[in-house]
Design a protein around this ligand. Structure first.
Ligand code: 5AD
Length: 331
């Protein structure tokens, strides 16, 4: 697909033709299944200071918590009980807390005791850490590049200044070479982000041959420096625009696993999820973080939570799938 075509679909008046095409491709490659991934948010302690993130080190209002290994195992067992097939271990970046050894041990235990596949989302680490975790049995790794615009990336990630390669792209290549299934993506609507840079993001996604693509709207958090910025964005923060990107990714990478993200549901709790799943997305990630910790993992305000132990939420989720002619599939 040319850059002009992408730009057209991102900006045209009515994208229903694009959504229709994406749905068709989704059924061809993925059938009517939805993969469920149980998200376990291990800790809200973070040593980074990303300008957009509510969990950044310098936000004194964030409640910091750390799950114990036993709590993590208990959450993984819920995923097994609900037949999700996969758990995602995500945490704020903290090398001292998530040592190479501790994570490797957790991966071994989860795989051994629950049979779930393990996706890691623990940020930028050394190649040796990634290798050790792969060795321990980790199947997949998620690391969003956030924006392919190198200068904008540097502006919102203290420590990423300089002219070297985009630090996340570098790691995505390492992860791929280690045999992980690799997921990445961007935020949409960042101050200073251009439409042309979203086209580049989409081309980046395609050229990396990503197995999974996670993307969502940028949600301004007044507790962060970027959330207080008055700078405009060419890129809309909207359900429609996010869904156009899901649909384009479905056409660019027909077999990719694309979650309808929590940020999209947060932007529009009533329709976000259903619209995501009818624009090419085929994955949903229910939250398995223990209730007592959940509000600590506040990467943006009013984050919605669809959680597996809460039966009414699972029932509502399954009802949405049913409406769309979809059904949960273990993987
Ligand atoms: N709005 C939307 N998404 C955000 N993330 C972090 N902060 C925000 C925000 N304010 C996303 C980033 C990160 C993922 C875990 O959450 O893309 O990679």
């Amino acid at each position: 697909m040319t850059q002009e075509t992408m730009l057209h679909y991102l900006t045209c008046e009515d994208a229903s033709e694009l959504f229709e095409q994406a749905r068709r491709v989704r059924y061809e490659t993925k059938g009517h299944g939805v993969f469920l991934r149980g998200l376990i948010e291990l800790s809200s302690v973070c040593e980074r200071d990303c300008l957009y993130c509510g969990m950044r080190r310098s936000n004194p209002q964030t409640k910091r918590y750390i799950m114990t290994d036993e709590e993590i195992l208990a959450s993984a067992k819920l995923a097994q009980q609900y037949h999700f097939g996969t758990v995602v271990l995500q945490a704020g970046e903290c090398v001292a807390l998530w040592t190479q050894q501790r994570v490797a041990e957790l991966v071994r235990r989860i795989k051994g005791e629950t049979g779930q596949k393990v996706t890691l989302s623990l940020g930028e680490r050394t190649e040796a850490d990634y290798a050790a975790w792969r060795e321990a049995g980790a199947d997949r790794y998620l690391l969003r590049f956030e924006t392919s615009d190198r200068a904008l990336f540097a502006k919102i990630h203290p420590g990423a200044e300089g002219s070297g390669e985009h630090p996340r792209i570098l790691r995505l290549r390492q992860l791929k070479a280690l045999g992980y299934e690799v997921g990445s993506g961007m935020m949409l609507g960042l101050p200073g982000q251009t439409m042309a840079s979203v086209v580049n993001d989409l081309q980046m996604i395609q050229s990396l041959h990503l197995d999974m693509v996670g993307l969502g709207p940028y949600l301004a958090d007044p507790q962060t420096p970027l959330g207080q910025s008055q700078e405009a964005s060419e890129v809309p923060v909207s359900v429609d625009f996010t869904c156009r990107c899901y649909a384009l990714v479905r056409l660019l990478l027909p077999r990719a696993n694309i979650p309808s993200t929590t940020a999209l549901s947060t932007l529009d709790p009533a329709t976000g999820r259903v619209r995501g799943l009818s624009s090419g997305a085929n994955v949903f990630m229910p939250n398995l973080t223990p209730v007592t910790y959940r509000q600590g993992y506040r990467i943006y305000p009013d984050k919605v939570c669809v959680a597996a132990p809460e039966l009414d939420e699972m029932t509502a989720l399954l009802a949405d799938f049913h409406t769309l002619g979809l059904k949960p599939e273990e993987a």
